[in-house]
Every structure is written in structure tokens, then in C-alpha cells.
Ligand binder design. Sequence first.
Ligand code: FHN
Length: 420
Amino acid sequence: VCSLSAVAQQSTYTPAPENLEARKKFQDLKFGLFIHWGIYSILGDGEWVMNEKRIPYDSYKRLADFFNPQDFDAKAWVAFAKNAGMKYITITSRHHDGFSMFATKKSSYNIVDATPYHKDPLMELAKECQKEGIELHFYYSLLDWGRADYAYGSQIVDGKPVKGDWDSYIKFMKDQLTELITKYPGVKGIWFDGNWERPNANWHYDEIYGLIHKLNPAILVGNNHHLAPKEGEDFQMFEKDLPGQNHTGFSGESTIGKLPLETCETINNSWGFKITDRTFKSSKQIIQYLVNAAGHNANFLLNIGPMPNGKIQPEFTDTLNLVGAWVKKNGESIYNTRGAIVPAQPWGTLTSNGKALYAHITNAPGEPYIFIPELKSKVTKAVLLGGAAVKFKQQPEVLFIYTSGVVMDPVDTIVKLTTN
Ligand code: FHN
């Protein structure tokens, strides 16, 4: 039986006008830089190293004594993102190891108080992003391997861990989120992760999301819980999968909702710096991922794990220089566009900016033409983006684009279709 007070407490989230505006802007940005960086970077074995190598928390914590990223340069990171054509950055403010990469008063286990570096890189980054017109989102881990109040490994009964102090942990997160939102200039989003470790816990999202939106209604809340969107969230992300796909096994329960979409993927095979990981994706793979994400109406958040000294490894820079050059040339078919216009086709995908449609032919067609089914708009002109006219024929709800004589680009042949 629902008591009256319980009913009264249930609130439905109505995003503020500035939040709806921020969602639209976010969708226009299309391409972001994901950064996993923490004291784990020292070991060069990924951000899960403490857990995977079973390093006791007290021993792991000693890494802080050696974390001194003297070569960190916020300007260089933001320039790196901009040069790649990225319009926003999402960075780990605190990962599962519980180490805060920012100046927090709520835990001494943070980069300013616990390392010889004694500086706050996230403040530098926030200021530089603001100066350069790059949006900044903070990744924030719900899961904590070390805090006593979280009590990692504890059984969950009635929505709470049996051990630890759940209320204290929830309060701690709220306090830190308040710091992140109120102290750092220009923060545009919070990217939660780790819900999946305690799927049956009561995370008090109503309070946490409510607090965030009270502090700043425009802030976009997303949660990588691998489930359908929950009340209070402003965007939906898919880890290592395009919306609707489930290669990772993470996205089985994440049916696509109505929120702006984002997909994240790694530049090699690791989130945090991994010294042995040389499985670098090519610029072609990254460009095609971006194009496919846009075609699926999603932003693409591409991850790098910077080195412990604060530098970004040259392999990433080289690849993203090529990606940046491509986006500079073809950006009108990516930025400010929307996708999911027609289902993904064997030859590729479609984007639209409202004025034109862009057919991205990323897979060489087997026939000397491609066809676009279910197309409602009337096409009046077809050209290669920035180039010559292309022959086409429109029949009711099907458009044929003839590719014979067209020099195909192995990365993406873009045909711009003017519609009326
Ligand atoms: O466990 C994390 C992982 O370290 C990384 O942060 C990724 C990013 O999407 N999310 C988690 C796995 O779902």
C-alpha cells in the first residue's frame, strides 16, 4: 500500500528550459574526448589494476606518493582535443579506486593533499576549456573500492550494504558533486559509472540528480548503468556499442530512450594508460566510428589514457591529427546533425542538418549504386561533398544514387543531398 507521503515524495523530473537547450547543444557537438587519468596511470596497467592484480588498498594508496605529473599542461590537452575536431571533454574526477583528481575538502585522498604535485589539474582544465570554448563533463564513479563506508564486497539487503555506512557514503558523494559543480567554472555534465556493481542498491538518485539540477539546472546527467534511462537523467550512453547494438554485453537492457545519445570507445583497448597496449585504432576506424555514431543519432566520446607524467602519447596525437584534418574538411556532415533518419544500411548511414542530407558511404557498394529506402523528403540535387554532381533517381520512398564513375573514398564517400 502506498502511503500518501510516499506518493507525495515521488517527483517527476521536468527538465528546465536551460537543460533542454543544453541537451540540444550537446547533440550538436557530436565529438568528445574521454580521459581516464589517475594514480593508476603510474603502473601503466589500466585503471582496474588495483582490483585485477589484487593490490591491497593500503599498498595501492602509496601510489599517490609518486604521482607528480610535472608535464601536465591543460593548454596542450585542450589543444589536442580541438585539433582532433572534438568539442567537449569528459574526464575522470574520481574513478573506482576512489582517488579524487581534484581539490576536495571531503577526502584527503586527493591529488592536492596526497601527492607531491599539490596542484589541481581539473581546475586548470576547466579554466582552459572555458577559454577555448570546449565543454567540460566530469566522470564520477559511484563505486569505490576503498572507502569504509562504501564497504566494497558487502552484501546488499533492503537496498543497502550490510557493512559500511550507506548514508554516509551517499552524503559524501553529494558533497563532492557539490564541489565539482559549484567550484569548477563551466562544467556542463556529470557522467556516472559503477551502478552495475550494486544493481540492487538504493543509490538515492532522486536526491543526487535533484541536487545537481538544483545547483545548476542546465547540467546534463548521464549514468553508465547499462539500463534504460532513469528519471532525472538527461542523456543516455552506450559503452563500446552504438545505440541499439550489444557487442559488449553491457547494453542488453539499455533500450534506446528519448534522450540525447552518446557512445564511448577506446583509442586502443584500454581506458587508463596501459603501457603494453599497442592495439591502436587507425584514423579510418575512428572516423568511421564517428560517422556511424552520428548516423545513429549519437555523440562519439573517444577515450585516451594519458601517461603518468601528464603527456599524451605520440601515437594518439598522430592518429587524431588525421582525424582532425578529416573533420575539418567534412565537418558540415557531422556537427549539428541528427541521425537515425533511416535504419543503418549495408553501404553506410545518413545524417541531416535540416538543410541537407548526407549519405556516408563507408562500405564499398557491391552494385554501381546505393539506394536509400523510406526517404520521405524530395531530393533536388546530389553532389559529392565539396565536389562534382552525382546522378540520382528518386522513386516513391526510394532514392538511388549512382556511384559508377565516382572515385570512392575508402574512409567515407559523402554525397550531399539537397532537399526541399
Ligand atoms: O569500469 C569502468 C571502466 O574502468 C571505464 O571507466 C568504463 C568507461 O565506460 N566504464 C566502466 C565499465 O563499465
